[in-house]
Design a protein around this ligand. Structure first.
Ligand code: TMP
Length: 202
């Protein structure tokens, strides 16, 4: 089973995924914890390019989209596809929905570009996606507490409001796959909600 986790910055995805990973590993399940952009050494190098702040040469939105998919192609081939073939549980911190929310709705790139990339390069989609949703201001203040802000975290509140709307659109389009979790709740409650839902499926 392939599960992805989505949301704007600072909503608690990483905490939730770690807790789920520890729970399933302790119960003897074969589970893979991974993330995008990243998840392999090469894809992590692409992640560094994507997150680096470079005021001398702004990254174009097309370059950003293509680098996301270069990392994703590598991640799919090296990590996700082999793990699914071995019937492991794959927990991925973000996947293609992030490209819709950030690059299409956030940056304003056409959906045709994204659809072409998805149809050409994405062989597997998540069975379930958890969208951790919280007001932008809450997540931004958590992100700021973590230290220096990366290239995305430095975006304006309006950008993240569009990204959040993008996730809302996806949630309405694919209500069966994309479940909304109220990320203003305590991390333990969010964990129990996600766990209960996954246990009913596996
Ligand atoms: P993270 O902070 O959740 O690790 O993700 C790194 C950043 O990459 C985050 O700001 C969201 C962004 N991102 C996209 O813009 N498009 C994508 O397809 C993915 C996977 C991430």
């Amino acid at each position: 089973m392939f599960i992805s986790f989505e949301g704007t910055e600072g909503v608690g995805k990483t905490t939730l995924i770690r807790k789920l990973y520890e729970h399933f590993e302790a119960s003897g399940k074969q589970v893979v914890l991974t993330r995008e952009p990243g998840g392999t050494p090469l894809a992590e190098q692409i992640r560094s390019l994507l997150l680096a702040v470079n005021h001398d040469e702004p990254m174009s939105s097309d370059t950003e989209l293509l680098l996301m998919y270069a990392a994703r192609a590598q991640h799919l081939q090296q990590v996700i596809v082999p793990a699914l073939a071995d019937e492991k549980l794959v927990l991925s911190d973000r996947f293609t929905d992030a490209s819709y929310a950030y690059q299409c709705v956030g940056r304003g790139l056409s959906k045709d570009k994204l659809n072409t990339l998805n149809q050409t390069f994405v062989s597997h989609m998540p069975d379930i996606t958890y969208w951790l949703d919280a007001p932008i201001e809450l997540g931004m203040s958590r992100a700021r507490e973590r230290g220096a802000l990366d290239r995305f975290e430095q975006e304006k509140v309006e950008f993240f409001q569009r990204v959040r709307q993008g996730y809302q659109q996806l949630h309405e389009l694919y209500p069966e796959r994309i479940k909304r979790l109220d990320a203003t709740q305590a991390p333990e409650i969010v964990f129990q909600e996600a766990l209960g839902h996954i246990q009913a499926l596996v």
